[in-house]
Design a protein around this ligand. Structure first.
Ligand SMILES: CC(=O)N[C@H]1[C@@H](OP(=O)(O)OP(=O)(O)OC[C@H]2O[C@@H](n3ccc(=O)[nH]c3=O)[C@H](O)[C@@H]2O)O[C@H](CO)[C@@H](O)[C@@H]1O
Ligand SMILES: C=C(OP(=O)(O)O)C(=O)O
Length: 418
């Protein structure tokens, strides 16, 4: 199992290429199962979640042709097979094949994902949206078993909360339904809009993705398509924090300001300067870091996927900041590990009070999930001495060549393979 060894104290300077968004890539790979024609995805991030998702569509008979940052997925010979617990356990986003399999083949059997480090993460809304589209759907022996032998039919779907995954499931399934589907209280994340753009390139007729109300005209005539995945706003936000925490300056090549308004606003409030450059965004800090409060919210609010990274930043700010997590009930697994580095954090329910300003000191720490792991990397960059981060496979799920990208900007970081 690989580990990362980081010696803190280096100011980061240089350019970081922001990869394609993992959370846009995963549903788009699942969407390939909808159409018998090839889907070519470009700007595909080279991360293990993407490899796993390509493996999952491969298990359903898709033929995948790869290059470093692209994949062509041909599902002309695909079938709806059982997606086992073993597959879903590795990566929850696997549940996104449910809608496409049901829509294309009229039946699907996908294992229930179960809880994970950040929360229980039920899939009841995914199930409810497919039931609203006319599927006969239930749980049998740990599997979601769905059928619609006569096809799905368009419906008005009102989500009880704007779930990203449930919006994506509903949108994908509705492309083959008879008639029109309206999704209300839809998630507005850029990854949802990018999935709609990909589906539209494949022949679908979707309007309104990126707003609360999405309209999908069913009965799609599919065609071959190529789609370029949007840059990863969470990866960009992570490197913005790396520049801020080390008092450095980074150019985030490809990063898009329009996807990062709430993040930019909070960073600026913390004393960080951000401005658009020719190739993306430039992030710089030379003054003191100010403590700011953070509340995670659905997009366009501050993303839960950057809460851990901001907590690392607030550990180095002057004063106290309150971080409130409203999306996942257990997304503070990084707190005890940051405390091992000397951070002063008090947890109460869904809130964390961070008293910044202590000099962090290197230690052995353990990564528990993707964003928790990267918050430890960020804290280690400013910790005195050496930090060793175990279970790096969490990082590899969603960050392409993190150690290399940081090293190129001056970080003292090495991967120890065992
Ligand atoms: C692969 C991917 O894109 N992952 C992202 C996606 O996850 P994901 O799509 O799983 O997140 P959701 O937006 O669905 O989850 C939001 C909340 O709704 C709850 N919920 C969700 C579905 C459901 O059927 N029932 C239910 O109760 C979840 O437990 C959570 O508390 O959006 C999250 C919120 O921005 C991000 O943190 C994840 O990185
Ligand atoms: C929680 C995340 O991903 P997933 O939904 O795939 O677990 C994440 O990207 O931070």
């Amino acid at each position: 199992m690989d580990r990362l060894r980081i010696v803190g104290g280096q100011r980061l300077e240089g350019a970081v290429t922001i990869s394609g968004a993992k959370n846009a890539a995963l549903p788009q790979i699942a969407a390939a199962l909808l159409s018998p024609y090839r889907l070519e995805l470009t700007n595909l991030p080279a991360v293990t979640d993407v490899e796993n998702m390509l493996g999952v569509v491969g298990l359903h008979g898709a033929v995948v042709t790869r290059s470093a940052h692209a994949a062509t997925i041909n599902t002309s010979a695909a079938v709806s097979k059982e997606t086992t617990y073993d597959t879903v356990r590795k990566m929850r986003a696997t549940v996104l094949v449910l809608g496409p399999l049901l829509a294309r083949f009229g039946h699907a059997r996908v294992s229930l994902p179960g809880g994970c480090a950040i929360g229980a993460r039920p899939v009841d809304m995914h199930i409810a949206t497919l039931a609203a589209l006319g599927a006969d759907i239930g749980i049998e022996g740990g599997l979601i078993v769905a059928s619609a032998p006569n096809g799905l039919r368009g419906a008005r779907i009102v989500l009880s909360s704007p779930s990203v995954g449930a919006t994506e499931t509903a949108m994908m399934a509705a492309t083959t339904a008879k008639g029109e589907t309206e999704i209300l209280n839809a998630a507005r994340e850029p990854e949802v809009a990018d999935l709609a753009a990909c589906l539209n390139a494949m022949g679908a007729k979707i309007e309104g993705a990126g707003t609360h109300r999405i309209l999908i005209e069913g009965g799609t005539s599919w065609r071959a398509a190529t789609h370029d995945i949007i840059p990863d706003r969470i990866e960009a936000g992570t490197y913005a924090v790396a520049a801020a925490i080390t008092g450095g300056q980074l150019e985030l090549t490809h990063a898009r300001l329009e996807h990062m308004a709430s993040v930019v606003q909070l960073l600026e409030a913390a004393g960080v300067k951000i401005w658009p450059g020719d190739r993306g965004l430039i992030v710089s800090r030379d003054g003191p870091l100010k403590a700011v409060d953070v509340t995670t919210e659905p997009y366009p609010g501050f993303p839960t996927d950057l809460q851990a990274q901001f907590m690392a930043l607030m550990c180095c700010a002057d004063g106290a900041s309150l971080l409130r997590e409203t999306i996942f009930e257990n997304r503070f697994m990084h707190v005890p590990e940051l405390m091992r580095l000397g951070a002063n954090i008090k947890l109460q329910g869904t809130m964390a009070l961070v008293r910044g300003g202590e000099q962090l000191k290197g230690a052995q720490v353990m990564a528990t999930d993707l964003r928790a792991s990267v918050s430890l990397v960020l804290a280690a960059l400013v910790s005195e001495g050496e930090t060793v981060i175990n279970r790096v496979y969490h990082l590899d799920r969603g960050y392409e060549q993190l150690d290399r990208k940081l090293r190129l900007c001056g970080a003292h970081i090495e991967r120890i393979s065992t």
